[in-house]
Design a protein around this ligand. Structure first.
Ligand SMILES: Nc1nc2c(ncn2[C@@H]2O[C@H](COP(=O)(O)OP(=O)(O)OP(=O)(O)O)[C@@H](O)[C@H]2O)c(=O)[nH]1
Ligand SMILES: [Mg+2]
Length: 303
């Protein structure tokens, strides 16, 4: 094996912030590959998503996290806890905010960092600078610089790819000198079925409104190669009430069919092979409040 240079750096970087500020978009942009789902609605990400960037000089393990919020039900609590656990594992924390938000940081963000960022390198990353005039960003940077809480303040556009190389260089400088933690050819460590469930959830988030996306979870019940080169996937879409089941299925099954069509396309793109996808809608009353259901659905409520 080739000796790793003494200047090689490797470490963990947590991406945290309010819902919808572009954390998952940033992860995907940094990796140059979509591994975390992105929608226009807040609270899309529910678990931490690990993404590995391997370069000549460094390996950075990014942790995308659920948006920080004031929990209203047990699922929310598991989301906040998984963001906290990413902070605990991180060498560097990127607190993401969006340019239009100005200098406002909600209490839950401040409190989470107060507990979780002690002894860590903390950067403020101001995303979506493409949405506001440049002269609106400068006073925001000046305000946060004046507070002195952040080691660096970096304006970016994750969507347009603006200033990302700069962000990476600044992050790598803060990484510990360490040999790679993962083989250089892997980008994530979750099994394919996790990403498949997420892509179905992404389609549901985009297609439905109001409480439906937030009341839905996806469980893969079967995932196997049945014919040569074709993967057969069976998934349960779990909702909280039978009225929601009706909406998801739609008149003559039209709504569910649309979910199937759009998620099959993105799953095939992700897996780079054809899939046969079957979806079923199941009612699990108040699953978002049930420790047992949360655990079965992959949202660990416990430590
Ligand atoms: N204009 C603009 N939109 C962006 C940018 N980054 C992200 N977005 C959009 O913001 C929305 C939310 O993006 P996500 O990446 O899902 O945000 P998130 O922080 O992961 O959200 P949660 O997982 O819900 O906490 C999507 O519609 C993105 O396309 C950006 O730099 N500029
Ligand atoms: Mg996200």
């Amino acid at each position: 094996m080739e000796a790793v240079s003494a200047t090689f750096r490797a470490g963990y970087v947590a991406i945290v912030g309010e819902p919808n500020v572009g954390k998952s978009t940033l992860l995907n942009a940094l990796l140059g590959q979509k591994i975390s789902i992105v929608t226009s609605k807040p609270q899309t990400t529910r678990q931490r998503v690990l993404g590995i960037l391997s370069r000549e000089d460094a390996q950075i393990i990014f942790l995308d996290t659920p948006g920080l919020l004031q929990p209203k039900y047990l699922l929310h609590e598991t989301m906040v806890r998984s963001a906290q656990s990413a902070l605990a594992d991180a060498d560097v924390i990127l607190l993401l905010t969006e340019a239009g938000r100005g200098t406002v940081l909600p209490d839950v963000v401040g409190q989470t960092l107060e507990q979780g960022a002690v002894g860590k390198t903390l950067f403020l990353v101001i995303n979506k600078v493409d949405t506001v005039p440049r002269d609106q960003v400068l006073p925001v940077i000046a305000h946060f610089a004046g507070e002195g809480k952040f080691k660096e303040i970096i304006p970016i556009s994750a969507l347009k790819g603006e200033n990302l190389e700069d962000l990476l260089k600044t992050v790598i400088r803060e990484m510990p000198l360490h040999p790679p933690l993962y083989p250089p050819d892997i980008v994530s460590e979750s099994p394919e079925r996790f990403f498949v469930a997420e892509l179905i959830r992404e389609a549901i988030f985009e297609q439905f409104h109001e409480e439906i996306p937030y009341s839905t979870a996806v469980a893969i019940t079967e995932f196997k190669e049945r014919e040569a080169g074709k993967t057969f996937i069976n998934a349960d879409i779990v909702v909280e009430r039978s009225s929601q089941k009706g909406i998801l299925i739609g008149a003559k099954g039209a709504a569910l069919k649309k979910v199937g069509q759009s998620s099959r396309r993105s799953i095939e793109q992700f897996l780079e092979r054809p899939v046969f996808l079957e979806l079923h809608v199941k009612v699990r009353e108040r699953w978002r409040e049930s420790e047992g259901w949360l655990r079965k659905l992959g949202y660990s409520a416990g430590p």
